[in-house]
Design a protein around this ligand. Sequence first.
Ligand code: SF4
Length: 446
Amino acid sequence: MTDATTKTGNAFMYTIGCQMNVLDTELALATLEGDGLNVVEAANEADVVLVNTCSVREKAEEKAYSWLGRMKVLKRNNPELIIGVLGCMAQKEGKLIFRRAPYVDIVAGTAHFTKIDDYVRQVRATGNRILAVGRDEEVETEKRLKARETRHSAYVAVMRGCDHHCTYCVVPNTRGTESSRALEEIVEECRILVGEGTQEITLLGQNIDSYGKRLRPRRRTLSELLYAVADVPGLRRLRFITSHPSDLKPELFQAFKDLPNLMPYLHFPAQSGSDEVLKRMRRGYTFGRYMDLVAAAREAVPDMGLAGDTIVGFSGETDEDFEKTIELHERTRYQNAYIFMYSERDYTPARDLNLPDDVPHDVKKHRINRLMKLQRQWANEENQKKVGRVLEVFGEGPSRKDPDKQEGRSPQNQVVIVESGRDLKGQFYKAEITAGTDAALYGRLV
Ligand code: SF4
């Protein structure tokens, strides 16, 4: 039992979606901890339960509603339970969430998650619901500097929102236009994190290559930011995601050559190999331009790890279009590829432009199965080539699949699994690769 004045109780948050959501959850929980709540690992132990939602695919929204259904049962047994919905689905659906799930107390959009402490207090004091989905406010980040748990590996948001209007994407609608944080503020945050023990930092932005374009008094670039953060004493590994092929400048590859702690990894979604489909998606590049960038990346850093995203069955995709996508995967040889089947979403330009979701479901299914099978085969072949190499691994602790083994990440961000009786979380070690599958490398400690 809690009341409005004691500011106590337990909070639980369930996260769906991308790394930005993982970070936002961390910031929201830090805010609640700063207000006297304890963070717990199970919803049934909590007085405040929150879900951080994603709108990119329908499945993610269904997942959020199904979780809310389970919270309704908890609330039946504990009427004082506060239920909140945060993130992209909250931003997009707004008060529709109250209509579909009337037992929800708080709906807070993408710019409001760090005010969750205020919202919880208000609900406790008044019993009234809160709807906060305005876009006029900047996301507060300074609370992060005061209250957060130390991590060996941390995310730092450098920009939010996106100025592109890819026709399948809801992100510009849910997260607004691009806004970048000041370079000095980011460097300061990284300095604090490293001072507290963080050794690996991943800089996050929906479209990170256009970092800094509206900053005043002077525009900044991603390159400048990488040089400045890499210079933080004690930082062992630096990464950044996600790159956009029409904004990524080949000059950026120089940073990989110059900065030993900038890891050779690019998450660089192509989405399709067909120029016609790319045009309908409004991606702003062609198959040829994408492959030129891949070649430039590999010329600068021969063992650059590439990860991509692909949508199968977008509006009007023909068999010939799909063959180009297969060719793109075959030539790119992604180490990881996130492959999805297109489904039309509300609030996307595709809806307004009447781009129909016209590829039959069984055709999409056949194509996605074929592409996934080939992608697995090619990733496996590439990983076999790594057998015998010695890689530096940053430990993440016991393997999720086999807790008797230790899991970590290579410089290319690949999962490396080794036998070890010790917990290697937060440690750097060398592993000789002895086997590889499509999803992971296996090795022995050197
Ligand atoms: S670049 Fe395109 S896909 Fe990526 S967030 Fe922006 S609109 Fe969405």
